[in-house]
Design a protein around this ligand. Structure first.
Ligand code: SF4
Ligand code: SF4
Length: 102
């Protein structure tokens, strides 16, 4: 099961957008890290900014709003929850992560 924490060493992963994206734009404003932008053919996620919503939300906002389920975990960007939280802290200096999101 990808993306769910059941122990210390469980890997989480950044999300990616597949070619089936219909470029509706619904996901872009929902990302707490401004990781989503319009690409040449479909919307894209910057893996250096995606924390799987760790630090901000209990679930991945892009996947929650996508009408065609094209925001999916990217196994090529597996990271631990601790790494994702560190990434979130780097993107939001001086802020505290929301309780229950990490
Ligand atoms: S999973 Fe969260 S942080 Fe990652 S791209 Fe989607 S909305 Fe942004
Ligand atoms: S919400 Fe889904 S279909 Fe719409 S732009 Fe984002 S990834 Fe593409």
């Amino acid at each position: 099961m990808i993306g769910r924490c059941t122990g210390k060493e469980v890997k989480k992963v950044a999300y990616k957008i597949t070619e089936e994206c219909i470029s509706c734009g619904a996901c872009e404003p929902e990302c707490p890290n401004q990781a989503i932008s319009e690409g040449e053919t479909v919307y894209i996620i910057d893996p250096d900014k995606c924390t799987e919503c760790v630090g901000a939300h209990e679930s991945s906002q892009c996947a929650d709003v996508c009408p065609v389920d094209t925001c999916v975990p990217d196994p090529e960007h597996a990271e631990t929850k601790e790494q994702l939280l560190k990434k979130w802290r780097g993107l939001h200096p001086g802020e505290e992560p929301a309780p229950g999101t990490y």
